[in-house]
Structure formats: C-alpha cells, structure tokens
Design a protein around this ligand. Structure first.
Ligand code: G3P
Ligand code: MG
Length: 248
C-alpha cells in the first residue's frame, strides 16, 4: 500500500498565515509529508497560491487576484492579517512551492481554484510547471471543478487527480472513475468505512478534509483512508505515532 500522506492544509495554517512560504516551511517542521494549497492566476498569467479569488481577506487589497499583475502582487503583505510578525510574507508563486516540494520529497496537492473564476488554460499551465520541476509523480491535482480534473487527466494521464466534494455522493468510486481521478477528497463527514473499502478495491484513495480534531483523525484512520488534510500536521503526526506504537 502507498505511504499514508499527512497533508498540511494551506500549509500549517493553524500556526502561520495560510498559503505562505512560512506556512509551508512550518508544515515540514511539524511532520507533514504533503502540502495542500490553492492555485489562482494573476492578470499577467502568473500562477499563485492563495485561497480566495479576492485579495481582501489575507492582504487587505480590495482587488481580485485576476486583476493584479505579479509585480504588484509581490508588494502585498500576506501575513500581517494573521500576526504582525509575518509582515514579510508574500503570496507565493506556484514555482516556489514546487521547489520546496522537490527539495524535501513532499507530495503536493495543488487545488485548482477555477470554480468561480474559470481561468481558461490553467490546467495546461499547472501541468507545464509541474513537469518543469520534474514533480509529476509527487503532485495530486484536485478541484471542485470536475470538468477541469477530467481535462487534466487527458493532458497528463501520469499526474494523479483528486475529486473534491462536500456531499454524500452515491458510489463516489464510480464517479472518480468517470472523471479518471485517482482519489476522493471528500468533506470529512461524507465518508463511511465500507465506502473506503469499496474505493480501495478499485484503486481509489480517500483523502478527507479538513480534519483538525484528534478523535476525528483516529476515526478516519480506522476507516483506512490514505491521507488526511489538516491545519494541524503535528496533531496528525502524534496520532499516527500513537497508532504505530500500539500496533507494535
Ligand atoms: O483541498 C481541501 C480543501 O482545501 C478544500 O476546500 O476551501 O479549504 O480550499 P478549501
Ligand atoms: Mg484548498
């Protein structure tokens, strides 16, 4: 069985401003083996890591990401909203995380945020960037936009994709097969243990989000999920080590 993945959601976002290099480095320090992040695109076509379509919440700028050039974006403070000590943090470019991921053999879950702003052509651009860092085997592309996932699979059959969803889908492993996806990135309450088993029988992994409570982590681990997406990779590391200890 593939190695279990401890995904830090937007980096170690409980401790650092989400989707910043500080949050990604902190995730590594806390034992994450994967990083989940959100990809949007600037006016001049730079792929950048930020959750919202708007810059307002995390930088204070009222514009949308798609209205700002990369050079102007680089001036914005993406850390002070969280704590003044992070004032030097910027909205990272995708390439910065690909470099970190390559250095540390991390699994990178790149969530394409093309459900509200469609960002035509984003799929091919992300795939090109991933390939330029030779990271095809270490990346999972996910999205709530499932047409986009189907397109990614056509463009790059060797790069894993994950279906993001909130609902109790009927036989989601069949749906994953329909869009050619490799994993189910289900909201944490949209999972039953027998579904994890059925999916695994078809080679489909479960990576539920966003799981911050240790009892919930234990519950999902007991179902046999292949990875968990959490704001607290340190808690998950702790739960995994307790589980490992009790298994020996
Ligand atoms: O990829 C899991 C999770 O990040 C999806 O929701 O809104 O946190 O990007 P959101
Ligand atoms: Mg996300």
């Amino acid at each position: 069985m593939a190695q279990f993945i401890n995904f830090a959601h937007r980096g170690a976002s409980a401790y650092c401003p989400e989707n910043t290099m500080a949050a990604f480095r902190k995730a590594l320090e806390l034992g994450a083996t994967g990083i989940e992040t959100d990809v949007q695109r600037t006016a001049d076509g730079r792929l950048v890591l930020i959750h919202d379509e708007s810059l307002a919440r995390t930088t204070g700028d009222e514009r949308l990401v798609q209205q700002v050039n990369a050079e102007d974006l680089a001036q914005l403070d993406a850390g002070s909203w969280f704590d003044p000590s992070f004032a030097n943090e910027r909205v990272p470019a995708l390439e910065e995380l690909l470099e970190l991921g390559r250095q540390h053999q991390l699994v990178l879950n790149l969530e394409l945020k093309n459900g509200i702003v469609p960002y035509p052509g984003m799929e091919a651009e992300v795939i090109r960037a991933v390939r330029s860092f030779d990271m095809s085997q270490q990346v999972i592309i996910s999205s709530f936009n499932h047409y986009s996932l189907a397109l990614c699979k056509v463009l790059a059959p060797d790069i894993r994709t994950g279906v993001l969803y909130m609902e109790g889908l009927y036989q989601p492993w069949n749906y994953a097969n329909t869009v050619g996806a490799d994993s189910l990135h289900a909201f944490k309450y949209a999972i039953l243990p027998e579904w994890v088993e059925e999916a695994a029988a078809q080679g489909i992994a479960y990576h539920p989000f966003t799981v911050n409570d240790e009892a919930e982590m234990e519950r999902l681990l007991s179902y046999g999920v292949s990875g968990i997406i959490t704001d607290y990779p340190d808690r998950l590391r702790e739960v995994l080590s307790r589980k490992g200890a009790s298994a020996t």
